[in-house]
Design a protein around this ligand. Sequence first.
Ligand SMILES: Cc1cc2nc3c(=O)[nH]c(=O)nc-3n(C[C@H](O)[C@H](O)[C@H](O)COP(=O)(O)OP(=O)(O)OC[C@H]3O[C@@H](n4cnc5c(N)ncnc54)[C@H](O)[C@@H]3O)c2cc1C
Length: 193
Amino acid sequence: MGTSFPKSKTLYIFSFLALFIASFSSHSQAFANETLAQCLIDHSQPSHPITSSIYTPTNSSFSFVLQSYIRNLRFNTSSTPKPALILTALHESHVQAAIICARKLSVEMKIRSGGHDYEGISYVSISLPFFILDMLNFRSVDVDIEAETAWVQAGATLGEVYYGIAATSKVHGFPAGVCPTVGVGGHFSGGGV
Ligand SMILES: Cc1cc2nc3c(=O)[nH]c(=O)nc-3n(C[C@H](O)[C@H](O)[C@H](O)COP(=O)(O)OP(=O)(O)OC[C@H]3O[C@@H](n4cnc5c(N)ncnc54)[C@H](O)[C@@H]3O)c2cc1C
């Protein structure tokens, strides 16, 4: 009855559509990166510049920053969804800016401290675009032996906490994980085996 559509034409249209969709999604991803980066800059304090903490896929250090805290290599493949941006916050105001922009632009924010999440939850997402707030620069360990307390930042590792305490006291300690590179942020907030 109806005229059959030539196979080559169908193939041509499909290829064109696929190309169009691919180019559209890469453009919209680039747009998302730029909007997010601009939002972070707009919501940071000039006294604490944020620009040097922002890594987008066009930055030559992006892969290095992303991979250095991926502890489960199953999520370190070329097909693993990648964040639109990584923010290695240097100041508390950067964390505030990240939360404001995540809400404002409805972009999912992943928080990473030591990166030991077995399921990659701190650096992988199926909802795109997403970005990582990396706490690696927040790693101070202040021990007050008189008060028998320690003030520890989220990006410190368990090993750094043990070392900080051991450096100030021969009798004090803190029981957490065996693995010294597990992050305080993920362990203290409910991780741990
Ligand atoms: C190789 C390996 C060895 C391990 N060894 C031990 C061990 O010896 N003892 C033990 O008890 N456990 C161990 N674990 C488990 C570990 O405690 C948990 O996976 C823990 O959640 C990791 O914390 P993280 O900060 O390193 O991980 P991340 O991947 O950074 O974070 C884990 C989760 O916590 C969230 N999170 C991280 N930081 C913050 C923050 N600042 N605020 C809010 N949410 C945050 C992340 O979004 C993610 O959902 C090990 C895991 C691995 C992969």
